[in-house]
Design a protein around this ligand. Structure first.
Ligand code: SF4
Length: 328
């Protein structure tokens, strides 16, 4: 599989707005270190997952990859093109091949637009199709692909007339109407009822095969990541702490934080004994990141070196990387 996306040492720090008092008396500039130097790649036809708790930087990473926000540092390549070096016009053209499905289908669709106009809008913006009829034909075909059939029943309805699952199907149709190569799916099922999540994930998997897509799948739910992702990266406070084959990480996590996350996946069998890694406290603020290993205040295996030196992300075996002194 050839490489579609390559991210190198990506950093995004947001400067913290200060009040007048702290501006006058405090010299040190403060930053929210949302993404703090991460690297990964996504191969063609692959589903690459980014998982972690809220605030770990995964959604910021998704927005950076699409260049919806500018990074503080680092490189992003899409099909070998350095997307941070191209101008807005070239970026708009390239964006045709990079689309996003947002988390909340209740917020991401314009409530005043018909479903056909919502799906047609990207075609108009990218000047695709020679006439309204041709564009409507494309919308019709896409509604069929996402399972909203018969399409004529959905074309002239408003988002509020649809269920959550149907709305997310509309959001998927809007993302795919331009026939992108990369789709960033930002927690695409977390707002949906559990009963319809599997249907949406199956649809995404079918469309990936049919349209030869690659996904960057953002989630805090390792159970869905296990279901859809080929490779997985676990993020903690802006860093990737473990990366590798999804099933290997879920079955045999190495980093203590990955172990704790995986132990938290509910097992639907009361007889299964659940092992629990006793992690302490809450995630620290990304403004004051602990020195050394950023996980050390919560880690039950922390040693002296963990408080002083940040561990490197080391390759422990083929395609498996871990950032922990226990392995370096
Ligand atoms: Fe725990 Fe130390 Fe590994 Fe960090 S480096 S995860 S503190 S053992």
């Amino acid at each position: 599989m050839s490489e579609l996306v390559k991210v190198e040492n990506l950093v995004k720090w947001f400067p913290l707005r200060r009040g007048l008092f702290s501006s006058l008396f405090r010299r040190e500039e403060l930053f929210v270190r949302a993404v703090d130097g991460i690297s990964f790649n996504i191969k063609e036809g692959e589903i690459f997952g980014l998982a972690g708790e809220s605030g770990c930087g995964k959604t910021t990473t998704a927005r950076l990859v699409l260049r919806l926000i500018e990074p503080t540092d680092g490189k992003i390549y899409f099909k070998g093109i350095d997307i941070l070096s191209i101008d807005k016009k070239e970026m708009r053209k390239l964006r045709k091949e990079m689309q996003i499905i947002f988390q909340d289908p209740y917020e991401s669709l314009n409530p005043r637009m018909f479903i056909c106009d919502i799906i047609k809008e990207p075609l108009k913006l990218q000047k695709i199709g020679n006439s309204e009829e041709e564009r409507l034909e494309m919308v019709y075909e896409m509604l069929e692909k996402v399972g909203l059939t018969p399409p004529e029943e959905f074309l002239y309805r408003y988002p509020h007339e649809l269920s959550g699952g149907q709305r997310q199907r509309v959001a998927i149709a809007r993302a795919l109407i331009l026939r992108p190569k990369l789709v960033v799916a930002d927690e695409p099922v977390s707002m949906l009822d559990v009963s319809i999540r599997a249907g949406i994930l199956d649809l995404m998997l079918d469309l990936k095969e049919e349209l030869n897509l690659s996904y960057l799948y953002i989630t805090h739910d390792l159970a869905t990541a296990k279901y859809v992702c080929d490779r997985l990266a676990i993020m903690y406070l802006g860093k990737i702490v473990e990366q590798g084959d999804t099933l290997k990480i879920i079955d045999e996590p190495m980093h203590p934080y990955a172990k704790a996350l995986i132990d938290a996946i509910p097992v639907p069998n009361p007889r299964v004994k659940i092992r629990k890694i006793p992690i302490k406290g809450e995630v620290p603020t990304p403004i004051h990141i602990p020195p050394g290993c950023r996980f050390h205040p919560r880690c039950p295996y922390a040693k002296d070196i963990c408080k002083k030196e940040e561990p490197p992300l080391v390759k422990v075996n083929k395609d498996r990387f871990v950032m922990c002194h226990l392995y370096s």
